[in-house]
Design a protein around this ligand. Structure first.
Ligand code: C2O
Ligand code: CU
Length: 563
């Protein structure tokens, strides 16, 4: 071996180390009350490090991120890493009373976020009360060092965080909504990167601006962080090319608008190929049930080309009508996994568990002495398979790990307790009352699961963006009306279904997902509409340990918060 060989071999070894070595990344998250002004009115909001939206976490595929969460606010908090699977380590997942007790004022919790095959944009948010309204931010996972995107590297990355803003304190909005039993007060503005934009009174100065060079390509890292609604988004005169969703690559999808659910993330390329000018980026709510109150306003940011020119006033992009359920479902069902050699997929073909879960809005008798503002003087509830989830006052994960009885039951049903024409127009009010319970569904390690979500028209049919913790799942089919076990599976996409963690089940329709239960632990599943969570549209999967050390849950950290 001559010196030349030694150098080459040395370089290869270094390159190999760079590729294979996952880094340890650290962040401090100080949860605090911070004063913010929007729409000419100021209030204290809960923030991380004083920032709204919160700080972006940046890491590479396979890294481990340690976030020291320090609660300096005057209320309990938990933080969830939405879309991170945390293999064998549910201890850091965050949902209050599911995997942990809340972090109390003055307390801290060092959360270990173990990344595995996620690549793309994810996000983090509070997972207690309604705090996630202001406590959220991006979690950007770049390709491993030495590897690259499955498309030409964009010139720059642009965060696009969609949200909503109440002039009132969000805790007060939640408490008022829970007390009255009806729909929550609509937000006062929608936001892009924390700003309503110049179409709202008293918001012109702070409109978000995105500067671009003509001819260059940008990657939008988008999340819908809004509390209660799916959104449409578009940019005037510009096409978008969707390349990823929920931290997994998709086949490039050219589109004039996108539909994005609360909880969902989308990576989209934007080519700045239009005449130098100003263009609106705009978003508004999609609401399939206009009978419920909602915020029908439009939030904007301005795409601004660099250079010298006389700008004309920006024009709005056309967006689908607020109640266009076909526009919503068409976009969502157009997504396809990239399914390349570098990014292969692994759809379960033989199934060991077939589950059918109905998603319903319900009513319960008013608990206060006065009448409630829900239907017929009742209060709203919501259910999965007719069970409204009662959260316990202690952690289900802790109870499971220590074998404690009496915290939860394991009788969550595999099918709806009774069959009816789920999506019929005028369903009997006798179907409206749900059961209550804290039931979990136990899965064996490596079970191959097909879960069909069936929306119902009980009380009123709406979309439900369903989110599963600890897993990504393949969305193999969807449609309007009742799922037909004989006919519908014939049309499944088992070739390149998108890999997601949040999927909007269409209004009075169904969606089929598949996943392999290879991540032992306690994993929350819920609608990502905050009002539906408050009404009880949630349940828990417990995935048992398998054989062998790599198939077993890891032990808890020493600093788990106490109830
Ligand atoms: Cu985005 Cu259970 O959460
Ligand atoms: Cu829902």
């Amino acid at each position: 071996m001559n010196i030349h060989h030694v150098l080459v071999v040395g370089l290869l070894v270094i390159l190999h180390l760079m590729q294979s070595q996952a880094a340890l990344v650290r962040y401090n998250f100080v949860v605090q009350e911070t004063n913010y002004t929007r729409l000419c009115s100021s209030k204290n909001i809960l923030t991380v490090n004083g920032q709204y939206p919160g700080p972006t976490i940046s890491a590479h595929r396979g890294d481990t991120v340690i976030v020291d969460v320090i609660n300096q606010a005057s209320q309990n908090i938990t933080i969830h890493w939405h879309g991170v699977k945390l293999p064998r380590y549910p201890w850091s997942d965050g949902p209050e009373f599911i995997t942990q007790c809340p972090i109390q004022p003055g307390a801290r919790f060092s959360q270990k976020i173990i990344l595995s095959d996620e690549e793309g944009t994810l996000w983090w948010h509070a997972h207690s009360d309604w705090s996630r309204a202001t406590v959220h931010g991006l979690l950007v996972i770049s390709p491993k060092i030495g590897t690259t995107y499955p498309f030409p590297k964009p010139h720059a990355e642009v965060p696009v965080i969609l949200g909503d803003w109440w002039k009132n304190d969000i805790q007060a909005v939640m408490e008022d909504f829970m007390r009255r039993g009806g729909d929550p007060a609509p937000s006062d503005a929608l936001t892009i990167n924390g700003q309503p934009g110049d179409r709202y009174n008293c918001s012109r100065q702070e409109t978000t601006k995105v500067h671009v060079d003509k001819g260059k390509t940008y990657m939008l890292r988008m999340v819908n962080a809004a509390m209660n609604n799916i959104m449409f988004f578009a940019i005037a005169n510009h096409e978008l090319i969707v390349v990823g969703t929920d931290g997994a690559y998709t086949k490039p999808l050219k589109t004039n608008y996108i539909t994005i659910s609360p909880g969902q993330t989308i990576d989209a390329l934007l080519v700045a190929n239009q005449p130098r000018n100003h263009y609106y980026m705009a978003a508004k709510f999609y609401n399939s049930n206009p009978r419920s109150l909602f915020d029908n306003s439009t939030t904007t940011a301005i795409l601004t080309y660099n250079g010298k020119y006389t700008a004309s006033p920006p024009i709005l992009p056309p967006l689908p009508a607020f109640n266009d359920r076909n526009a919503s479902a068409n976009f969502t069902s157009s997504l396809r996994s990239l399914a390349s050699n570098e990014h292969p997929i692994d759809v379960p073909m033989t199934l060991t568990r077939k589950l059918l879960y109905t998603l319903s809005i319900n009513t319960l008798p008013c608990t206060s002495n006065t009448t409630c503002s829900g239907p017929r003087g009742n209060r709203f509830a919501a259910s999965i398979n007719n069970i409204t989830f009662d959260a316990p006052r202690t952690s289900i994960l802790d109870a499971y790990y220590r074998g404690m009885n009496g915290v939860y039951g394991d009788n969550f049903p595999d099918n709806p307790p009774f069959m009816f024409n789920y999506t019929a127009a005028n369903l009997s009010t006798s179907l409206q009352t749900p059961m209550n319970g804290t039931e979990v569904k136990i899965l064996k390690y490596n079970d191959t699961v097909e879960l069909v979500f069936q929306g119902t028209n009980v009380v009123s049919g709406v979309d439900h963006p369903m989110h599963l913790h600890g897993y990504s799942f393949y969305v193999v089919g969807s449609g309007f009306g009742n799922f037909d076990r004989k006919r519908d599976p014939l049309n499944y996409n088992l070739v390149d279904p998108p890999l997601q963690q949040t999927i909007a089940v269409p209004q009075n329709g169904w969606t089929a997902i598949r996943f392999r239960a290879n991540n032992p632990g306690v994993w929350f599943m819920h609608c990502h509409f905050e009002r539906h969570v408050s009404w009880g549209m949630e349940m828990v999967f417990i995935v048992r340990n398998g054989k062998g050390v790599d198939a077993r849950m890891l032990p808890p950290p020493k600093d788990m918060p106490k109830c």
